[in-house]
Design a protein around this ligand. Structure first.
Ligand code: CA
Length: 362
């Protein structure tokens, strides 16, 4: 039964149905927005996640809300997504907030904190621990609202031209590293370089940098680092998980009907598990290919892990003392991490250790 017949059958006048029509039209306006991403198109995981988000929004609005996705460099370079959304050049961005720690280290909480949470902890903190509210309060200062819109899981420890056996071996290494892990490594003599995805390979090839990390085997293979650096380290302790964010200009967000606001949040949540699942299925096969091609897998030594951990906690204490915005979130984040890890060590750790040992035993 169509709406008009129903209303007529119910004795409602045609005038009443005519009044209802404009409200329906307004709730699904035709919109064309632009979303600039920090990623090259070649990365079907992370750039693919941005495209997937846009596709889901279109599907859920019957094609009325179109978001066109742009790769790094098409509108603005990889590391200028924040500025482009803040000043309204584009309505939306897909990025990692830790690219902006140079403006304020508080941005790190929205992506990852070195020696911080895994995906499970981050998800709980953002959704139920007050994390997202704290981040959105901070982001409002940049005229932006953000939502989680992708996750890489635990990242790899990067590509190194020579083996790193001792803490002293880190001294003087020019290392491309995303986010605030660079500030931790500075304390151990590393010279961190923040370089956008498309520009890392040429820098490594020219020798402008000695080592580089990006995400993990699948992306790293596409970017070609294994052709230049032989040693592939684990784990990427600076990124126990990395949350990717969709940024929306606040004025643009406030102009949206409530239903579109909800749809963006649903699509972003869907993109989060889409990206994470894609990494988790593509990384194992890529790692096998890389090792077959001659990559040497190495683990950071316990002394290196401990020294970097100690440096990270010193850095957080220093930043908390000088930066009230950082301290406000850290004072919520830090006890949450401890509580989660206390729980995960009981069940997850026992189960995971047993199962992974079985795989190791063939
Ligand atoms: Ca990384």
């Amino acid at each position: 039964m169509n709406r008009r017949k129903f209303l007529t059958a119910g004795g409602v006048s045609l005038a009443a149905s005519a009044v209802a029509a404009p409200a329906i039209a307004q709730s699904v306006p035709k919109l064309n927005w632009r979303m600039t991403a920090s990623w090259p198109k070649s990365l079907d995981t992370i750039y693919g996640g941005a495209e997937y988000l846009a596709k889901r929004v279109s599907e859920m609005t019957d094609g009325n809300f179109q978001i066109r996705t742009f790769a790094a460099g098409e509108i603005v370079p990889a590391l200028q997504v924040l500025d482009a959304v803040q000043n309204g050049t584009v309505e939306m961005g897909h990025t990692a907030s830790y690219y902006y720690v140079g403006k304020d280290p508080t941005f790190t909480f929205d992506s990852t904190v070195p020696y911080g949470m895994n995906f499970r902890g981050m998800n709980a903190w953002l959704r139920h621990g007050g994390g997202l509210e704290l981040i959105q309060e901070f982001m409002a200062g940049y005229n932006i609202i953000s939502f989680p819109a992708g996750n890489t899981g635990t990242q790899a420890g990067g590509w190194w031209r020579k083996e790193i056996n001792t803490v002293d071996d880190l001294k003087g290494i020019k290392f491309r590293i995303g986010g605030w892990g660079g500030a931790v490594l500075t304390k151990l003599g590393v010279v961190p370089q923040q370089i956008g995805g498309p520009d890392i390979y040429p820098a490594l090839e020219k020798g402008t940098i000695d080592a580089a990390e990006w995400v993990g085997p699948y992306d790293d293979e596409k970017l070609g680092f294994y052709k230049i650096a032989k040693y592939y380290y684990a784990p990427g302790w600076w990124e126990g998980q990395t949350n990717l964010s969709v940024y929306i200009n606040l004025a643009a967000w406030n102009s949206l009907p409530k239903v579109y606001q909800s749809i963006i949040q649903v699509a972003a949540g869907d993109a989060t598990t889409w990206v994470l699942g894609k990494y988790d299925i593509d990384n194992p096969a890529a790692l096998r290919r890389l090792i077959a091609a001659g990559t040497q897998l190495r683990y950071f030594s316990r002394p290196i892990m401990e020294a970097c951990f100690k440096a990270s906690r010193e850095l957080y204490a220093e930043e908390s003392a000088r930066n009230p915005k950082f301290k406000k979130i850290f004072d919520n984040w830090s006890p949450f991490l401890a509580t989660e890890d206390e729980w995960f060590r009981v069940e997850e750790q026992q189960f995971d250790n047993f199962m992974y040992a079985k795989v190791g035993a063939g």
